[in-house]
Design a protein around this ligand. Sequence first.
Ligand SMILES: Nc1nc2c(ncn2[C@@H]2O[C@H](COP(=O)(O)OP(=O)(O)OP(=O)(O)O)[C@@H](O)[C@H]2O)c(=O)[nH]1
Ligand SMILES: [Mg+2]
Length: 709
Amino acid sequence: MKVFDEKHIKNVVLLGSHGSGKTTLAETMLFEAGLITRRGRVEDKNTVSDFHEIEHERGSSVYSTVLHTEWRNYKINIIDTPGLDDLVGETIPALRVADTCVLLLNGHHGVEVGTDLVWEHMQRYDRPVIIAVNQLDHPNADFDATVAQAKEHFGSAVTVMQYPVESGEGFHRIIDLLKMTMYVFKDQGGKPEKQPIPESEKERADALHKELVEKAAENDETLMEHYFDKGELDEDEMRQGLKQGMMKRTCFPVFCLSALRNMGSGRLMGYIDNVAPSALEMPAEPLVDGGELACRADGPAVLFTFKTMVEPRTGQITLFKVMSGELKEGTEMVNDNTGGTERVGQLFIVDGKDRKPVEKLAAGDIGGTLKLKETATAHTLHAPGRSIKLMPIAFPEPRLRQVIRATDQKLEEKLHAALLEIQKEDPTIVMQYMRESSEQVIGCQGELHLNLLKWRLSHQYKVEVAFSAPRIPYRETIRRPAAASYRHKKQTGGAGQFGEVHLRIEPWYEGMPKPDGVSVRDEQVNELPTGGKLVFLNCIVGGVIDNKFMPSILKGVMEKMEKGPLTGSPARDVRVIVHDGKMHPVDSNDISFKIAGLQAFREAFTNADPQLLEPIQEVEVRVPEDLMGDVMTDLQNRRSVVLGVEGQGRYQIIRTHTPLAELDRYSTTLRSLTQGRGTYREKFHAYQPVPHELQQKLVSGHKEEEVMV
Ligand SMILES: Nc1nc2c(ncn2[C@@H]2O[C@H](COP(=O)(O)OP(=O)(O)OP(=O)(O)O)[C@@H](O)[C@H]2O)c(=O)[nH]1
Ligand SMILES: [Mg+2]
């Protein structure tokens, strides 16, 4: 296996909307370089990328896949990513370790929703960008319209590098504005013939070439001077200027492609070789401790893991980028995230499902290893010595949350183990156990993501699951004071029970004054695990209830607070004043007073105008301006309070307070209202009273449930 030094390794990630041709391009790049002798097709389920069963079933990428190609003494690591937005958990780590983004635009769709969504993630990573307009052989392809949209969406940095002489079925000639030559492809594609630019294209080619030269010159004073002197720049000077422009993200060169007909990939790879930056040329990576790590061949060996896969027979496979130094097989390393040590045994490079062993990997290269003990995705491993920890990967918050259950209860444990394994591979699957409702909740990126999870659990782990909406964590409280007493008496054969409790309850608030008409002997303030407080006052006089029974009374009250009288939801923010009662010299005991306390509290609570509280979320919805009306109406139908609307480029940001109960599967609705262009995020804001009618409905619903149990 040929080993490439750090200067001859380029790492690119293929990005773009679903169906734009990323997997086909990756296949063509390997074929054109002779690494594969036969070009597979996505439809034929025989491409190097898209090798997973689910990808064959769906006919599109579900996972990011690493491959490599070799072009003119350079190694190009390619990470093919899925274009569907739900699978962003696969795209983001790839973005993190790549040095250059190759953004595919579909020549007959232009800039799509999926393009805009991936562009936002690209913005966060600040990587150099190459734009490739693919599918130019498609009958409806329109290169100029696509470039115009790209300029509108991504700005003036979009710079035409090549243009097609014709688009559609006849597509076979590309004018290259750097080399000022025309590439002519045979029907089967492959290596083109170089021809001079025909007269008919001269004017357009010269005008675009001039724009390109100016774009190259503007990034470097010396080049600008050369340009002013000579009115021209030679190819090397242009490459130099374009590289700087890419690094500064003031230049996004646009290339022409038909990946399916293998036209244009060679030129693209040549440009990646000669102009796209290698890892050595990229800015130093920030470290958690505020320092930074530059990619140096002579630096300490440092890895950053970006993908974890679990295979039934092989176990855990970890893919990583060598962020600094050289990595040799058998190296002992420190995992800076866990503090443990790991031995990097086998080393290999990956091409889809194939792993090719190598002895060492140079700085900047991408490779893999097996069976690391405790290393997960986004971990930093380094040679023993000073601590080096790279910044974690910021995965997006879940957009859809559902309760997951095994349809066969006996498989619940197996389900849990399977979810833990899947979560290792996909950090955007978030598991959350809701103690209150004993529900296992799954957070994910959308309906498609959820269905893929279901598919995996069924096909790979043989566990069938069902999803349902998570219970809303309502809370209960009271709106006015009330009093009640309860006598618990059981004196029929055997040990008797007797306890009588008289108590008053009041709505509690911070700083409330001491209660009237009683003397407080003891005050206990309890922070409740489900939020809010219970303040418990012992105001017994004359020893009518022995102090030793107070904890039992409190226990009874707490038990009823856990499952409140209205809907069985936890109660909060109540002050309980135990001010009287009765004991029996023989029959009084802890259980008697626990029951008396519980029942007296339940009665008082019911008489204290109890109020159901619901969680209100702070919601931020981002929608294209033209679709705001529908989204706003829908939000208002969800009992939202609109806090404000703010423009952000071609989008509007709507901020609301919306009840959690109204947001089940909201991401799905929003996507259909906005053709996938709307996104939202939510976070908990506060508890607020539930409207009267809804409270009645929930209370009667709960009563029915209780009858059924
Ligand atoms: N006409 C034409 N079709 C193409 C071209 N490139 C890809 N296709 C077709 O477009 C479809 C999608 O191609 P893929 O390579 O799977 O697209 P992708 O970007 O990987 O899609 P995702 O994996 O879903 O993100 C397939 O049917 C391809 O055969 C092209 O250059 N011309
Ligand atoms: Mg694909």
